[in-house]
Design a protein around this ligand. Structure first.
Ligand SMILES: [Zn+2]
Ligand SMILES: [Zn+2]
Length: 115
């Protein structure tokens, strides 16, 4: 069994060669190494369409998207997303209402000062 595995490994090493691919996003050419190809084949992944830079950028983007929570604005009731988990009973506003509220707070603070 062990001998067979060793043989298989050697076969893999002989099969894969570094190849150049063109990134779908930025158009640059990047090397898809034999090592990566073996790893991708083992995991059952498809050949990458993007260079590692674009791939990590997309990963980050996905992560950011996943972290957003959909809530209803406490003021106008419209659906909006926030980057934090809203606390139960805590008021959450959409961008527009948040601006208005901040504006009002600023005006109220200014009025207090002038009194
Ligand atoms: Zn790229
Ligand atoms: Zn709103």
């Amino acid at each position: 069994m062990v001998t067979f595995k060793k043989k298989e490994k050697t076969m893999f090493e002989n099969t894969y060669q570094n190849i150049e691919l063109t990134c779908e996003d930025c158009g640059c050419t990047f090397v898809f190494t034999a090592e990566e190809q073996e790893f991708y084949a083992e995991k059952g992944f498809a050949t990458p369409k993007r260079c590692s830079n674009c791939r990590s950028a997309r990963k980050k983007q996905k992560l950011n998207n996943r972290k957003r929570y959909t809530v209803n604005c406490s003021k106008c009731g419209c659906e909006t997303t926030v980057p934090f988990k809203p606390k139960e009973g805590k008021e959450v506003y959409c961008v527009d209402c948040y601006k208005i509220i901040k504006e009002q707070e600023r005006a109220a603070a200014a009025a207090e000062v002038s009194e």
